[in-house]
Design a protein around this ligand. Sequence first.
Ligand code: C2E
Ligand code: MG
Ligand code: MG
Ligand code: MG
Length: 293
Amino acid sequence: YQAKADAGGFAVFVPEMHEGLVARMRLEADLRKALTDDQFIVHYQPMVSMRTGEITGVEALVRWQHPERGLVPPNEFIPLAEATGLIRPLGLWVLRESCRQAVTWAAAGDSRRGLKLSVNVSARQLQQDDLVEQVAGILRETGLPAQRLTLEMTESVLLEKGEETLATLTALRDLGIRLAIDDFGTGYSSLSYLHSFPVDILKIDRSFVERLSTGGDTALISTILRLGQTMKLETVAEGIEHPQELLLLRRQGCTTGQGYHFSPPVPAARIEELLAEASPDGRRSVPAPRPAT
Ligand code: C2E
Ligand code: MG
Ligand code: MG
Ligand code: MG
């Protein structure tokens, strides 16, 4: 929100800017209050093995239960939370809340299987000096084994401040946590960072998956899947909505799927039901992909 310089060099605010500024300030005040008033809630989206159809993990996705606006999706407040720095306390809240939740699922279900938890982390959080200690503290406090936790970050994170980011990521990984690149393929044409950062998982952006059923260009997704195999990384396809996408992804060796075809993000209690619907051999009954012919 910048002031426009008028002909005489004075800064003037045009009315629309004022309105935008007021709206932003109100949202910021609401966000601060939401943190202290406990208005956030975490929903979870199943991540499914492409091989067996079992739920192998969940991604934690935050929502805001706004007193007047109802359930607000993250795209409407995460950017401002990032700009204001509120993403740090909010991000730690999401991590603590979802780790706590994941531990109860392990206790209720088959702990041998060890349901995995994925949590999104913003660039701003990775610049937080004490992030590693905070994360280690939350794991200790909740009792979630580090091996069950994955932190997701977008490619842009890896291109900022090389050395410090590398040190933070290495320290997180030394704790036993796995690292995923979210929305992979949308950010940068240079892949050189893949060799310099300790990454375990590529999450292929939904836009590439979509092309598998809409007749768009599918060369890129094949390339990404092969890259994943070559680098021995787990590959997760985001936004699977159609059985046809599932089939093609599976044929090309994609390891894990996520999307409305399996389940949208749901409240914790619904995840519990999905896990409880496991068949006698312990398999969880999300529609299993058919074998490739
Ligand atoms: P993301 O991490 O890439 O999460 C995937 C998004 O795709 C989620 O949107 C999910 O609901 C949506 N999605 C999943 N399957 C499908 C599908 O089959 N079709 C379609 N059309 N969409 C699907 P959501 O929950 O609205 O989250 C949006 C973004 O907000 C996330 O993208 C992530 O970048 C951010 N976000 C969410 N929670 C957090 C958080 O706790 N911390 C941070 N820093 N960011 C978060
Ligand atoms: Mg994500
Ligand atoms: Mg994503
Ligand atoms: Mg995204």
